[in-house]
Design a protein around this ligand. Structure first.
Ligand code: FE
Length: 195
């Protein structure tokens, strides 16, 4: 039997693309959006949203009332961001996000999920023993702080508004945003203390 030559990755990609378009499963504009996804959708967007919320109480109110619309005000919208809900940490209540089913995140403000977020271990354990998992990830919460675990899903995508660190009075939005990591937006870390 003659060994069949495999088509190049470009040829195979083109074949999948053509088939999806032919079947009407996606539009050309969908494909264009997804092609630019990695550059446009990143946790720096969510960090900018948090920094604005920390400095603008009116924006914070709008964010808590309708995060989809508030994020769109800053230009962060798109697929997997059609229904974003912002969760505000308080000194008494910490929030953490998981998708137990798979790996859903609010793409426009969090970007694609990191590997640890997709791991079966995180997905199973953070629900059962959140304090222990957070501690293992470097976030040791005192027992008097409540922990609430939120199940993000295909429909609802959460983002956490972490507590604003002390000693950041007078910081610019840009400087504040630099303190907010992807981990803080998911709730497995606090916003960083200023250097
Ligand atoms: Fe998921």
């Amino acid at each position: 039997m003659k060994k069949q030559e495999m088509a190049s990755i470009e040829q195979r990609t083109q074949a999948v693309r053509d088939a999806l378009l032919e079947q009407g499963l996606v539009t050309a504009s969908d494909l264009d959006t997804f092609a630019h996804m990695p550059e446009d959708w990143k946790p720096e967007n969510g960090a900018a949203v948090v920094a604005r919320a920390w400095t603008d109480p009116d924006f914070c109110r709008r964010l808590l009332a309708d995060a989809t619309a508030a994020c769109a005000e800053l230009g962060y919208k798109g697929p997997q961001g059609e229904y974003i809900v912002a969760l505000e940490d308080t000194p008494a209540q910490h929030n953490v996000i998981v998708c137990t089913q798979c790996s859903c995140t609010a793409w426009p403000v969090l970007g694609l999920p990191p590997d640890w977020y997709k791991s079966p271990e995180y997905r199973a354990r953070v629900v059962r023993e959140p304090r222990r998992v957070l501690k293992e990830m470097g976030l040791n919460l005192s027992p008097d702080i409540g922990v609430r675990v939120w199940e993000t899903s295909a429909e609802t995508r959460y983002m956490v508004i972490p507590l604003r660190p002390a000693g950041t009075e007078g910081f610019s939005e840009e400087a504040l945003a630099a303190l907010v990591s992807r981990e803080a937006l998911i709730g497995v870390a606090m916003a960083s203390e200023p250097a």
